[in-house]
Design a protein around this ligand. Sequence first.
Ligand SMILES: [Zn+2]
Length: 153
Amino acid sequence: MTDTKEGDTGRLVEFLQDRDTPCPLCGYNLRNLTDDVCPECSQNLCLTIGVHNVRFGWFLATVTPSLFSGIAAVLILIFILAALVTGAGLAPPVILILALFGFASGVVALVLIIRRHRFIQLRPRVQRIWAIMAFGIHATLLLGLFLLVLAAL
Ligand SMILES: [Zn+2]
């Protein structure tokens, strides 16, 4: 096996032999190219392996509750600040704790989005467990909040 540039160029030239393939940069037809440089735009070319239809389902299911919590925390913060400015006083501790949880969850969402490639590399079974945990934690908290509101009425 050769991992040299010459070997890579040879495989590229072999791939493009008798095959209509547009340059990814300028669209020039690279059919029967004899070097690893596009004759039209002079860009160096390489042969790579890509992935079709990456499955983001479990990632979206995991990140959505956290993202929603982060956005809700920002809205709650606006109400907390409005109450302070208007002289209504500090929000009850349960609201402050809720806002804190929302911010922490929002940070988790941002970390997940930044490191999404590592999440996608996990086995689907592990991704599913993360999604179920994220949904379970947020649904439980939402249900608890709903019960608190009902009890306060
Ligand atoms: Zn080109």
